[in-house]
Design a protein around this ligand. Structure first.
Ligand code: ZN
Length: 80
C-alpha cells in the first residue's frame, strides 16, 4: 500500500495500524479512524494518497459547513 518499510524520518520500523485522525476545517473538527503506517520508534504516521485525498475532501466540507452527513458526537471546547 505505502512504499515505505522504514520510517523516512528516523529509519525505524513501520507497522500498519488503525489510528484516530483529527481534522479541522473552519470552526469544525471531525474525527475519523483510518489505516496508517506508523513508525514504532518515533511515531511518524504515513497515510496513503487515497487517505490524504479523503482528509482534503472532509476538510473542505467542514470549511463549507457541509456537515449534514457527519454524525455529531459532542461539542468542542477551547481551553485557554
Ligand atoms: Zn520514525
Amino acid at each position: 500500500m505505502i512504499p515505505f518499510s522504514k520510517c523516512p524520518a528516523c529509519g525505524g520500523e513501520m507497522v500498519e495500524k488503525e489510528v484516530e485522525k483529527l481534522l479541522r476545517g473552519g470552526i469544525h473538527t471531525a474525527i475519523l479512524t483510518v489505516w496508517a503506517e506508523v513508525c514504532l520508534h518515533c511515531g511518524e504516521r504515513l497515510y496513503s494518497q487515497e487517505t490524504v485525498r479523503r482528509f482534503e475532501q472532509i476538510r473542505a466540507k467542514l470549511e463549507h459547513q457541509e456537515v449534514v452527513e457527519f454524525q455529531p458526537i459532542g461539542q468542542s471546547f477551547q481551553v485557554a
